[in-house]
Design a protein around this ligand. Structure first.
Ligand SMILES: NC(=O)c1ccc[n+]([C@@H]2O[C@H](COP(=O)([O-])OP(=O)(O)OC[C@H]3O[C@@H](n4cnc5c(N)ncnc54)[C@H](OP(=O)(O)O)[C@@H]3O)[C@@H](O)[C@H]2O)c1
Length: 332
């Protein structure tokens, strides 16, 4: 008989938490018991799992008795308080917040890039930032082939990256109704904000810093990255314009061929047919889409590419469930 696992989803009523439940179901993850957890605000709510309603419970320190996997997506302060408690109960925590990502004792894992790191955990594994995940999935096979010297990235990030409140603000602004709540400091409908997460003293935003630091940790290489992260009025996923400078020559044809064979990537690159990745197409899919692969004529060994992925799926829930799948693949 296949072993089954007790899985707690912390933040089960949020955008990422709901998607966690969906992905567990879609992937047929062997869940013996699902425990959806959220704040006291969600007391009495239910989530559907394999067609059956499951009551959402209020998160407490005692929520984790008998839990094998605790998938956290309820913000950094909740993770800081409750992840160690879950780990102390014997659960493996896969945390979507920024709480532990740069902690040297916590692996930061993208299964297509550094799967072995997952097995070095001491109870907590961190899921990287959504914009970083989709970028490193594409960077890794290119780095292995040509050696990356430097990356310059500009993002075009969906409002779904800001959770339920971000989606509500764009919905309400488009419908021209009073805002239920204001998530962004300016209107987002028909606008663009060069501002994601808080500003740091050096002038970068924390989202930009996450892309720069997390890339090095996941890739296990000191790759310099400079980033500009931008919020756009889009629901379906995050897009990124990425410029890569290599140690060795890399033609667009070689890059296209390597990316086409890399795990988790679908190349969509045929300008003659107006074929390139778009968030409207990536929405609802688990892969990372890459296109607009072309030479950078301003440097000796450079290419430009365009990367799109559904940030709630590969950027969060899918990646977390893949990590759990990786771990159980060696538990049998
Ligand atoms: N959206 C993305 O693309 C993305 C990607 C990667 C990582 N993340 C991270 O995932 C986390 C959640 O993001 P989201 O987009 O799903 O946000 P969201 O839609 O706002 O949902 C937040 C969830 O956290 C729960 N929560 C908040 N405070 C809590 C508390 N004190 N105790 C227990 N539960 C609490 C909420 O429960 P109630 O409904 O009861 O309030 C809700 O279930 C954040 O850390 C975020 O940085 C998000």
């Amino acid at each position: 008989m296949t072993k089954s696992y007790t899985v707690a989803v912390v933040g089960a009523t949020g955008l990422v938490g709901r998607m966690m439940t969906t992905i567990l179901e879609e992937q047929n993850f062997p869940v013996g018991r699902l425990i959806p957890l959220a704040s006291a605000r969600s007391e009495g709510m239910e989530v559907l799992f394999h067609g059956k309603p499951v009551k959402v419970q209020t998160l407490t320190g005692e929520s984790f008795a008998g839990v094998d996997f605790a998938l956290f997506s309820a913000g950094a302060s909740t993770s800081k308080e409750f992840s160690p408690k879950a780990a102390a109960h014997g659960a493996v925590v896969i945390d979507n917040s920024s709480a532990f990502r740069m902690d040297p004792d916590v692996p930061l894992v993208v299964p297509e890039v550094n799967p072995e790191d997952a097995f070095k955990h001491h109870g907590i594994i961190a899921n990287p930032n959504c914009s970083t995940i989709q970028m490193v999935v594409a960077l890794k096979p290119l780095h292995d082939a040509f050696g990356i010297k430097r990356v310059v990235v500009s993002t075009y990030q969906s409002v779904t990256g800001a959770g339920k409140k971000g989606v509500n603000q764009l919905d309400d602004e488009i419908a021209k109704v009073p805002l239920r709540e204001q998530k962004f400091p300016h209107p987002i409908a028909f606008n663009i904000l060069p501002h994601i997460d808080v500003f740091l003293p050096d002038g970068y935003t924390k989202e930009e810093q996450k892309m720069m630091l997390e890339t090095k940790k996941i890739m296990g290489a000191d790759i310099p990255v400079t980033a500009t992260t931008v919020r756009v009025p889009v629901f379906g996923g995050h897009s990124e314009a990425v410029n890569i400078e290599f140690e060795r020559p890399c033609s667009p044809e070689e890059a296209r061929s390597i990316l086409s064979r890399a795990p988790g990537i679908i190349v969509q690159d045929d300008p003659s047919k107006n074929l390139y990745p778009m968030p409207i197409h990536a929405y609802g899919k688990n892969e990372v889409f890459v296109g607009r692969i072309r030479k950078d004529f301003s440097i000796p060994n450079g290419i430009n590419l365009w990367i799109v992925s559904d940030n709630i799926r590969k950027g969060a829930a899918t990646n977390a469930v893949q990590i759990a799948e990786l771990l159980i693949s060696r538990m049998k």
